[in-house]
Design a protein around this ligand. Structure first.
Ligand code: PLP
Length: 405
């Protein structure tokens, strides 16, 4: 069951799947939580509800990670990871310029300074060949964002991080299931963070998780997300600073039902993406996002492609999207580059923090300093992931509409 885009009344126009997709299993799992009267997870040693604990095991197994800590959302997951890994006051953290604001605002929340890295023109993720030009004596960590599910070249990134002694957080909000050179993303760095917000490919409306493979780090992530508690210790002893970023039983129950469905959806998105890419790349002036070499599976939160305005009568991205919408094909807004956002044009985000060495703000936020992302953003079109759950004839319809533009 799901909502679908409204194509009714327009002949020969296929309807695309909507999102989220749910059935009686999701409804029953939430009902069971209500009936149980256990609406939160409780302490690790004494469980109240069981869904959060079970989800942590199930998601860790799916991601092939040793630990999973469920949290309230993906932003909190990055904040907690940065703090646990020692990024804080006076530190710099490298993030891609092309991502949702949370990848950088979590750095601000940790009292550190984000440093923006331009992207690769083919894969649209962080250009790892630029990393060393951005590293300073204050750099503490790198947040690698697997944008649209496309893995950052983690092999290269981790070698740079190791050389300079930097922590690595993988923002896998778009990349549940992505696999790069034999490893699921989230396992390359110190921590992998996930969002289960409503638009994501695995969702419960809101929610997040951190995966890692280090026991001591996992305990730190847990303490920071649950009031400074230690697993197995007295509930009202708080050993260090920790917020309340716990996930509720309701979200975990829905996520468990969604996760059971996920592998089949993931397989279909990958197969359909390959098919659609074959069709779209055959159209002059269209170039689909290239999976980073070494990618074996891709989460596909979105399916981006670039169009060359010169081959489409000089039309703008806005006009291109308008024509797709008019043909009943759903699209989504691309993220504006971070350096363009109002919050990063000024340098007064948090009281008492020295942003004077940031590579953004005022004249440093000029587009000319981030040429690749500016070009990609100006002519990128993104289809939402549910389009990749459609049938082949619907994908052929997309290709034919684009060819006619
Ligand atoms: C790349 C990226 N990072 C982080 C987040 C933050 O996740 P959440 O909305 O669950 O806080 C999002 C979600 O929208 C995202 O797209």
């Amino acid at each position: 069951m799901s909502k679908t885009s409204s194509g009714k009344g327009k002949e020969n126009r296929p309807e695309f799947p909507g999102w989220p997709i749910w059935d009686e299993e999701d409804i029953e799992s939430v009902s069971q939580v209500i009936r149980s009267g256990q609406w939160w997870a409780g302490a690790p040693a004494a469980h109240a509800g069981e869904n959060v604990w079970a989800l942590q095991e199930e998601f860790a197994a799916f991601q092939e990670s040793r630990h999973c800590i469920a949290v309230a959302n993906g932003t909190a997951a990055i904040e907690v990871s940065l703090t646990a890994l020692g990024a804080g006051l006076g530190d710099e953290v490298i993030v891609p310029d092309y991502t949702f604001v949370a990848s950088a605002s979590a750095v601000i929340a940790a009292n550190a300074v984000p440093i923006f890295c331009d992207i690769d023109p083919r894969t649209f993720v962080m250009d790892v060949s630029r990393l060393e030009t951005l590293i300073s004596d204050r750099t503490r960590a790198i947040v690698a964002v697997h944008l649209g599910g496309n893995p950052v070249d983690m092999e290269h990134l981790c070698s740079v991080a190791e050389k300079h002694g930097l922590a690595v957080i993988e923002d896998c909000s778009h990349a549940q299931g992505s696999r790069f050179k034999g490893k699921r993303v989230g396992n390359w760095g110190d921590a992998g963070t996930f969002s289960f917000q409503a638009s994501k490919i695995l969702t419960a409306g809101e929610g997040g998780a951190i995966v890692c493979n280090d026991d001591e780090l996992a305990a730190r992530f847990y303490g920071l997300s649950d009031c400074g508690r230690h697993i197995g210790e007295y509930f009202y002893e708080h050993y260090g600073y920790g917020g309340n970023y716990r996930m509720s039983e309701f979200n975990a129950a829905v996520l468990r039902a969604q996760l059971r469905r996920f592998p089949e959806q993931h397989r279909l998105r990958n197969a359909n993406a390959r098919y659609l890419t074959g069709k779209l790349n055959a159209i002059g002036g269209i170039r689909v996002m290239e999976p980073t070499p070494g990618t074996e599976e891709l989460g596909y939160y979105v399916y981006p492609f670039l169009f060359d305005p010169a081959e489409f009568s000089g039309i703008t991205g806005e006009e291109f999207r308008r024509r797709l919408t008019a043909a009943g094909i759903p699209t989504v807004d691309c993220y504006p580059p971070l350096h363009r956002l109002s919050c990063f044009r000024e340098r007064n985000l948090r009281k008492g923090i020295d942003y004077s060495r940031a590579n953004w703000g005022g004249p440093l936020s000029e587009d000319s300093r981030f040429p690749v992302v500016v070009d990609v953003y100006s002519r990128s079109i993104e289809l939402p992931h549910e389009v990749l759950l459609a049938q082949k004839r619907q994908l052929e319809y997309i290709a034919s509409v684009i060819r006619n533009i």
